[in-house]
Ligand binder design. Structure first.
Ligand SMILES: CC(=O)SCCNC(=O)CCNC(=O)[C@H](O)C(C)(C)COP(=O)(O)OP(=O)(O)OC[C@H]1O[C@@H](n2cnc3c(N)ncnc32)[C@H](O)[C@@H]1OP(=O)(O)O
Ligand SMILES: O=CC(=O)O
Ligand SMILES: [Mg+2]
Length: 567
């Protein structure tokens, strides 16, 4: 592999029991496949291992800090701007300017790293494609390894796919979207890759393998001297951004490329992180291309952060949108912060997707997407996300019409008025009712999502909306919160309280409904019962699990040679 001549001290080759050639201290416990072996080369694994060894203690420390913060919030503290970093927030400084190749990001499509979708997304007409190892991917071994093969082939321009059922061959167009990759969050381990006897950090495996195999071709074909480009999910504090910055610096050094070549957009999708936006940008200032409003995880994080605050209960999930004061304040402050620092302020994902068999419902869904995007572009966002290629023309039309002719609004929408956004605005409890239908929908969606995830699909259409790990988390934690505090369902005039008995009945009835909807055969072949057990346990647990996918992950780990696989 080119460019890794700086990778010193490559230890002697060793054969692991599964069949991969691994460096000392690395063990691959995922299924052997000759194609996977082209990704899991000894040099690539050595690179991942070097990142893991450099940063494991930093990651552990950051996760310990998250736990300490959780304890503080559970004792009644509120997230707040850090007085110690006020001078940094008040000072004038800028991030490195956005690379010309990605100055214009008005529509970004996202999706899992599945082969056909990668081609469709790159050909979709969007400016950017965010290939997702996070919310949209169930990170089983096959998905992960095939995802890396797909991305490598995409970056080289050689990717193709033959849909045998339709006898259709998919290839890349002349013009394609620029590729960003979203590795997993810090919290997720990769149990098939053991380094010095411990599971590697999932995000370092995702980042390391992708960077190692693609940095050179990427910069030639896509980055015009910059890149590769990344999206960074689910951070809670700027110390976590500092780790990413150091990972990037280490990777650039090993590849022998200039500091600041790698660029990343950070998703602001946790409640603590909204108080750290300047600090996060500052840590990544040489590597930053802005921030993004990860609205779904942000709502999830609101519930999680306030899990011990019964005065901050959410209304029905469908009512917690961008029009709520706390959500609007977050988007406004994000735009102001990014533009002040000279980088993109990206909007988020509307959950509506095209509805093929009902033109009126389809038009209504499109109208909701247009409205959401209009709000974003008028607020000053520089671009936004699309979940489906069918939405891109409508979204592009809204952004084209209101962006004022430039590639972005970094200079034209400073939003100084948002300097007045206060902690109270960011924390204001969302308003609305709670209903039995809300409880039922959370349950129906949560179970079906987990069932899909366990069988390898990380993003699915449910009831004409996109569901992924972030949206499903809202369903889970909202049920948990309502159960924990025995809330009254005031939205349907029944005045019923949410109790374990009521929830038990709802689960039973919703399982029956799911079986009717998907059909007996699919129901019996799928993993609905396992999903139901897992989802119900999490909703009724005495203390809130940090992530739905952490427990579920244990069920998709398949060690080879076959052995106990629970972490
Ligand atoms: C909260 C967050 O983190 S948001 C970001 C993470 N979530 C995502 O990225 C979700 C991405 N979107 C998707 O996964 C899908 O659009 C779904 C699951 C919501 C809907 O999927 P489906 O119902 O299968 O889509 P549908 O059948 O309408 O697809 C039609 C075509 O569009 C393609 N397509 C749909 N969505 C995408 C996408 N996001 N990227 C690329 N192609 C896509 C399909 O591959 C299909 O192609 P084909 O006609 O060549 O066969
Ligand atoms: O990752 C995006 C989100 O909304 O969550
Ligand atoms: Mg997210």
């Amino acid at each position: 592999m080119v460019g890794f001549e700086n990778l010193v001290e490559v230890p002697p080759m060793r054969k692991n029991p599964v069949g991969y050639d691994v460096p000392e201290g690395v063990d691959i416990r995922g299924r052997y496949d000759a194609e996977f072996a082209t990704i899991l080369t000894r040099d690539a694994l050595q690179f991942v291992a070097s990142l893991q060894r450099q940063f494991a203690t930093h990651i552990k420390y950051a996760m310990d800090c998250r736990n300490e913060a959780k304890l503080r919030y559970n004792r009644g503290a509120l997230p707040a701007f850090d007085p110690a970093t006020k001078p940094l927030r008040d000072a004038d400084w800028l991030c490195a300017p956005p690379p010309p190749a990605i100055a214009d990001r008005r529509v970004e499509i996202t999706g899992p790293v599945e082969r056909k979708m990668v081609i469709n997304a790159l050909n979709s007409g969007a400016k950017v494609f965010m290939a997702d190892f996070e919310d949209a991917l169930a990170p089983n071994w096959e998905n992960l390894m095939r995802g890396h093969i797909n991305l490598r082939d995409a970056v080289r321009g050689t990717i193709s796919y033959h849909d045998k059922a339709r006898n259709r061959v998919y290839k890349l167009n002349e013009q394609t979207a620029k590729l960003f990759v979203r590795p997993r969050g810090w919290h997720l381990p990769e149990a098939h890759v053991l380094i010095d006897g411990h599971p590697a950090a999932g995000c370092l495996v995702d980042f390391g393998l992708y960077f190692f195999h693609n940095w050179s071709a990427f910069r030639r074909n896509q980055g015009q001297g910059f890149g590769p480009f990344f999206y960074l999910p689910k951070m809670e504090h700027s110390t976590e951004a500092r780790i990413w910055n150091n990972v990037f610096t280490a990777a650039e050094k090993m590849a022998g490329i200039e500091n600041g070549s790698i660029r990343a957009t950070v998703l602001i999708e946790t409640l603590p992180a909204v108080f750290q936006m300047d600090e996060i940008l500052y840590e990544l200032r040489d590597h930053s291309v802005g921030l993004n409003c990860g609205r779904w995880d942000y709502i999830f994080s609101y519930v999680k952060t306030f899990q011990a605050h019964p005065d901050r209960l959410l209304p029905d999930r469908v009512l917690v949108g961008m029009a709520q004061h706390f959500m609007r304040s977050y988007s406004d402050l994000l735009i102001r912060t990014c533009h002040r620092r000279g980088v993109h302020a990206m909007g988020g994902m509307a959950a509506q997707i095209p509805i093929r068999d009902d033109p009126r419902a389809n038009e209504a869904a499109l109208e909701l997407v247009r409205k959401d995007k209009l709000r974003e572009v008028l607020a000053g966002h520089d671009g936004t996300w699309a979940a489906h290629p069918g939405l891109i023309p409508a979204i592009a039309e809204v952004f084209d019409a209101h962006m004022g002719g430039g590639p972005n609004q970094i200079q034209s929408a400073k939003r100084e008025d948002a300097a007045g956004v206060q902690a109270e605005d960011l924390l204001q409890t969302p308003r609305g009712v709670r209903s039995m239908e809300g409880l039922r929908l959370n349950t129906r969606v949560g179970i079906q999502y987990v069932a899909a995830w366990l069988t390898g699909s990380g993003s699915v259409p449910l009831y004409n909306l996109m569901e992924d790990a972030a949206t499903a988390e809202i369903s889970r934690v909202q049920n948990w919160q309502w159960l924990k505090y025995g809330v009254e369902l005031d939205g349907d005039g029944l005045g019923v309280r949410v109790t374990p008995e009521l929830f038990g009945r709802v689960v039973e009835e919703e399982m029956e409904r799911i079986e009717r909807e998907v059909g007996k055969e699919r129901f019996s072949k799928g993993m609905y019962r396992e999903a139901c057990k897992m989802f119900a346990r999490q909703c009724t647990a005495p203390s809130l699990d940090d992530f739905l996918t952490l427990d579920a992950y244990n069920h998709i780990v398949l060690h080879h040679p076959l052995a106990s696989s629970r972490l």
